[in-house]
Each structure stands twice: as C-alpha cells, then as structure tokens.
Ligand binder design. Sequence first.
Ligand code: AMP
Ligand code: MG
Length: 539
Amino acid sequence: MQNPALDTLAIDFDDSFVRALPADPEEGNHRRQVYDAGYSRVQPTPVKAPTLLGWSRECAALLGLPASPDAEAAAQVFAGNRLLDGMDPYAACYGGHQFGNWAGQLGDGRAITLGETVHAGQRWELQLKGAGPTPYSRMADGRAVLRSSVREFLCSEAMHHLGVPTTRALSLVSTGEPVIRDMFYDGHPKPEPGAVVCRVAPSFVRFGSFEIFASRDDPRTAKTLADYVIQTHFPALWPASGAPTREDYAAWFAEIAERTARTITHWMRVGFVHGVMNTDNMSILGLTIDYGPYGWLEPYDPGWTPNTTDAHGRRYRFGNQPAVGGWNLVRLAHGIYDLVGQAPLLQAGVDRYAKTLADEARAMWAAKLGIAERMHGGEDHNAELVGQLLSALQQTEVDYCIFHRKLADVASAADSDAILKASDGIRESFYDFDGMSKEARDAIAGWLDAYTARLREEGRPDAERRAAMNRVNPKYVMRNYLAQLAIDDAEQGDTARLTETLDVMRDPYGEQPGREEYAARRPEWARNRPGCSTLSCSS
Ligand code: AMP
Ligand code: MG
C-alpha cells in the first residue's frame, strides 16, 4: 500500500551502473573483500527517529521532486528507512591512495546508492551518506555525525552557487540515534547526534574506482567500467564504432585532466581547501566530491590545511592542491594503463593538466584583479603583480575573500594611503590592522600603488571593473565558523540558522543587505575552536 505523501517523492529509476558492471555475488552488509565486481547490493539500516532538517529546493528541481516535500515522508525515504518502488540499493567498490600511500580496497563504507534517474535529459545518482554499514565499512559503523553532515549539506550547495563543479546535496535528515566518535583521536569517544545526507551527482565514480581493478590485475572489469563511464558520462568521446581505441581512452583521460584542472582552479579562486584529496575522493567527472575536513581559507596562507590529520605533512594545504591534482592523475593513469598501453599517450593528458592549470590560473588572476591578461612571447606579464600581492598578503593576516571583494571598490585614482585609511574598505580584511608590522604595511601599500597605476594605465571605468570583479570574488562563502554556528543550533534542534545559511549561500556574489554578519571576518572566538579553524577526519 503506497501512501500519498510517498507518491509525491516517486522517481523513475534507471540504474545504468548496476546494469553495466558485474555485481558482487554475495549479498548482505558483512565486511569483506569484493573481487571482480563494481558494487555490492546492500540495504540501508533503518534509524529510530528520522527528522528532516534540511532540503535543497534547487537540487530537488533537478530530480523533479517538490520544492517543499512532506517532511515526514522525505525523512523516511532519505534516511533509508523506506525504499521507494524501483530502488535497488548498492555500495560501490573502489580503492585509493590515502596521503600518498596505496590503501587497497576502500569502497562505499557509509554511502549507499538508492538508484539513478534521468530528469530533463540529465542522469542523476542519489546516494545516502551515513545510512549504515556495507561490505566496505571495514572497522567503522557506516554512520555519520550531524556536524559533518551539516557541513557536507551546506557546502555542496554553496559550491554549486559559487559556480564550482560539485556533487549536490538534496536533504539532511537527523537519525535520532547517537553515533560514537572520538573527535580528537585522544581516547575520549562520546556520543553525538547522527544524520544522513542524500547527495546527488551524475556519477560518484572516482579515480580509485579504476585503481582497485588495476591493483588486482583485473583489466577486464577496468575496461567494463571505463567503457561504461565514457559511453554514459562522456558520450561525445564514445566512438561510433563502439570499440574505443587506445587513442580514444587517452583522449578521455585528457578530458578528465582538463576538468580536474578547471575545478581546482575554482577552488583557488574562492579559497576552498578540500583537505583530503586522496584518490578515492577524486571524481572521474572532475566534480568536487566528499566534503569532510574541508575548510575555507580565511587569513591568506598557502601553507594552510584545515585537516588535523594532515597537520604534519601538509600534503593537502591550499597552495599544494594543483600539484596534488597532478599526482592523483598519474595514479589514475596507472589505473587505466592497460587500456592505453603507451605511456606517451597518457603523458599527453598529464601535460594537458599542466597547460589547463596555467591557462586557467592566468585568466583567474586577471579576473580577480579586474585587469587584462597580458601575454608576451609565451610569458605571463601579470605574474609579477600577482606574485607581489601574494607575498604581501602573507606578511600579516589578511582575509583572502574579503580582500578581493573590497579591492573591487578601490578607485583607480586613489593612492595607497587613502585606500588603507578608508573605513569599510580594504582594512576590513585585516585581522589586526593596527598591529601589523611596518614591513607588512609597506608591502601592501607598495602593491596597492602598483595596482592602481596599472588600473590607470588600462583606463577601464571603475564601475565596470567593480561589477566584473564582484562576479568572480564572492562576498559570501561557507566559512567554517558559519557552518559551526548552524551546527550548534541544529544539535539543539533549532534549524533556523541552517536554513538561513543555505539561503545566504544561494547568492554568494550578490550584496545581501542585512546579512553582513555572514560576510564578516572570522571572529576571535573561532580562531582556535575545533570545527572553526581545524577539523579532524572523525565524522
Ligand atoms: P573518507 O576519508 O571519508 O573519504 O573515507 C575513506 C574510506 O573510509 C571510505 O571507504 C569510506 O567509505 C570509509 N569510511 C569513512 N567513515 C566511515 C564510517 N563511519 N563507516 C564506514 N566507513 C567509513
Ligand atoms: Mg571518501
């Protein structure tokens, strides 16, 4: 018997991944190594008291779901308590390099795909995160805490509105069940509220999805997966013959490289630090995926990583993200080597990555600064101005996003003294304006004078430049402390702040009068509070 509220959530499922890939012959969620298979069928584990805390109407629209659903029905379905007709849930098998080391089988340890649907010509996979154990859960419980689920829900949607390729989030449901976590890994586990996020993307296939088959010397399944991914998700690259050549696979790899470069450049533009760019967290579609211990760069510091697990090596620091993307692509190249068979063909993809990064970064910096790109003899003549800025910004604590946003307001006729004296201007981006050293002040003033000289030379009207800069330098970003404020309230059952934060993030480049607090510098109380400055992987 169907209930009418559930009917409003009905979806036509069309599970292309399940059809294309071999299934694990074993069923059930007991932990195991899974060979020669792309996935294992598994059921979500029902939770005690699911409550709908968050819903993205924009994501719902992609799927043809209501903008405001029946909360009770949505909570049941998107906690995994109630399967809809046509849902055939599974967990995918993949491996990955974690912090530079091969980690073997990882897989969807706490993600369960409910199914795929095609709406308005686009394929979408719906996946619950935190819906209980799977064959890939290893030693862990398959659950997620509310704090990390709020962070993933908000940031997925914020990134979309920022124009950054990303997986999406449809819903956030609290489970009414505690999850035990040792947040600081210091031997003090405690119960925290649990939650489930339903995330949505054309596909959740990762670099590590290929690496696992290569590591097990299973080129047959690797080819099945590659052919499926190209045909379904890169149809323009699928040959009419139906039989891809080594060149076709190499062209596909180069396309992945290019998308990865574009996405990482967006991260650098908006100040996003992923925090755990392991190859199992790299989307084959070039999307930002797996929001865990990510963070927003507040004081500009290319060496900053939000992830406490990464504090020693700082492998995933802000400034290293482009390099790590390249390292990860080489791992993917190894994963698909058997399909291409010739290293130079794959090297061309790695070269494409480097070239795309350079091109995109040059364009990005010109846009962020509101100046023209200047190339002479293959050299970027803006590199010096950009380099001087970044070195000046490192001499004192300057908020990366606020600085660029305020820079748009600078009058090209002004000198550095006037610019730095103006209240509500650039000085708003300094964490301790009066306390900064003379060297820092001189470096920033020197740069501002060089910058305004350049603006006068270009002669572009200030108002036009300002509008253009404001389209690439966001005013509202998903700062860690803002997420933490929403979490603090949501843990007490109050979702007003969560809902408002999602709403603010819908228009990151606009001015939102009355909401200036969401665009403010990180307050001092948040400087060392866990969740606001650094995060552990415990989630
Ligand atoms: P991550 O670092 O979140 O990308 O996770 C790495 C691997 O650990 C993936 O295979 C996850 O599915 C798995 N994992 C992380 N947390 C849990 C959990 N609470 N229960 C089961 N598996 C988990
Ligand atoms: Mg992951």
